[in-house]
Write a protein that binds this ligand. Structure first.
Ligand SMILES: *[C@@H]1O[C@H](CO)[C@@H](O)[C@H](O)[C@H]1NC(C)=O
Ligand SMILES: *[C@@H]1O[C@H](CO)[C@@H](O)[C@H](O)[C@H]1NC(C)=O
Ligand SMILES: *[C@@H]1O[C@H](CO)[C@@H](O)[C@H](O)[C@H]1NC(C)=O
Ligand SMILES: *[C@@H]1O[C@H](CO)[C@@H](O)[C@H](O)[C@H]1NC(C)=O
Length: 280
């Protein structure tokens, strides 16, 4: 028995040894692959831009605002799915080059999150940010873009993607003048366009008469996007409220040059216009 046992024991040990060695080789190969992968990610740095990076805790900020909006600000929208809205928004830009965002990227989000504004309630603005939002907070007669779900979620927030991991750039994002098709600009352009398209009845525009370059600037979102998407079949009048700094210099009134040019553009589009100095 011992004689027969020996060779079989040796064979057993050799098989065991070969087995262990193959296992070691496999482990080493796996480790090498993982390590090389990590090194590749480290060697692909984040793209660098001149604008501020993605807002920290973006997901929590967007989700929190969305839930707040649909439960307390505008409960008529309680059926909106905030989790889905966040995922759709994220899919529009993560892992993408932030200079290459298209309207198609955001279309699913706009389809999910946009909603209509009652007639006579749309309020547009340019260069009157503080005043107009102080106004809509105290008077619930009017809604600006920032009082709709899309505007409310994104107001003051910044975000952009990055082609390599982790897919979101928290360090920097492109400014408008670095590339026009960045995630923020495309978002606001589309949201503004939709806000204007849906306006009906009498629409209000609050402009700043104390801006040197003129109360109406044709390169503003209002001057370049919104006025061209008001539907003359739905909008009866565009009412301009021209605000001046109280006690400050009054540089333009309703008969001023830029207001006249705005009136001409609107009337050419067969929209009727009225203007009021220092509406209160
Ligand atoms: C932007 O997208 C276009 C088409 O999808 C592509 O041809 C181009 O290379 C992209 N540019 C960058 C900088 O990613
Ligand atoms: C909108 O305002 C116009 C003019 O003030 C008025 O005739 C119209 O009935 C209003 N529409 C709604 C829906 O309130
Ligand atoms: C109008 O613009 C001036 C200069 O940009 C600014 O200081 C002022 O606060 C603005 N006024 C309103 C009502 O927003
Ligand atoms: C905007 O206005 C400026 C002058 O105020 C004019 O030179 C320019 O052509 C206008 N741009 C557009 C797109 O209308």
């Amino acid at each position: 028995m011992p004689f027969q046992n020996r060779p079989s024991r040796t064979r057993c040990c050799i098989v065991l040894l070969v087995g262990i060695m193959s296992l070691l080789v496999i482990i080493l190969v796996v480790l090498a692959v993982v390590f090389a992968h990590e090194r590749k990610e480290i060697s692909m740095p984040l793209l660098q831009w001149k604008g501020r990076g993605t807002t920290r805790n973006l997901e929590q900020v967007i989700l929190g605002r969305c839930y707040n909006y649909v439960t307390t600000v505008n409960p008529q929208l309680r059926d909106k799915d905030c989790q889905k809205i966040w995922e759709t928004m994220q899919n529009a830009f993560i892992y993408k080059n932030p200079c290459n965002i298209t309207e198609e990227d955001y279309q699913p989000l706009l389809d999910l999150a946009s909603h209509s504004v009652p007639c006579n309630k749309s309020l547009f603005w340019s260069k009157t940010n503080d005043l107009v939002h102080r106004y809509t907070k105290t008077s619930h007669n009017f809604l600006t873009l920032e009082d709709t779900l899309l505007g409310y979620m994104a107001d003051g927030v910044s975000w952009c993607g990055n082609p390599s991991s982790p897919g979101i750039n928290y360090e920097s994002c492109p400014k408008w003048n670095e590339c026009e098709n960045n995630p923020n600009s495309v978002y606001w352009k589309m949201a503004s366009k939709m806000f204007a398209e849906r306006a009906c009845g009498v629409v209000q525009v609050m402009l700043n008469g104390s801006v040197d370059a003129g109360a109406f600037r044709n390169n503003s979102i209002f001057g370049s996007v919104e006025i061209f998407h008001l539907d003359p079949n739905k909008v009866s009048t565009v009412q301009i409220w021209l605000m001046q700094n109280i006690g400050g210099p009054q540089s333009e009134s309703c008969t001023g040059r830029s207001i006249t040019s705005l009136k001409n553009i609107l009337e050419e589009r067969t929209l009727s216009v009225s203007c009021e100095d220092n509406y209160r």
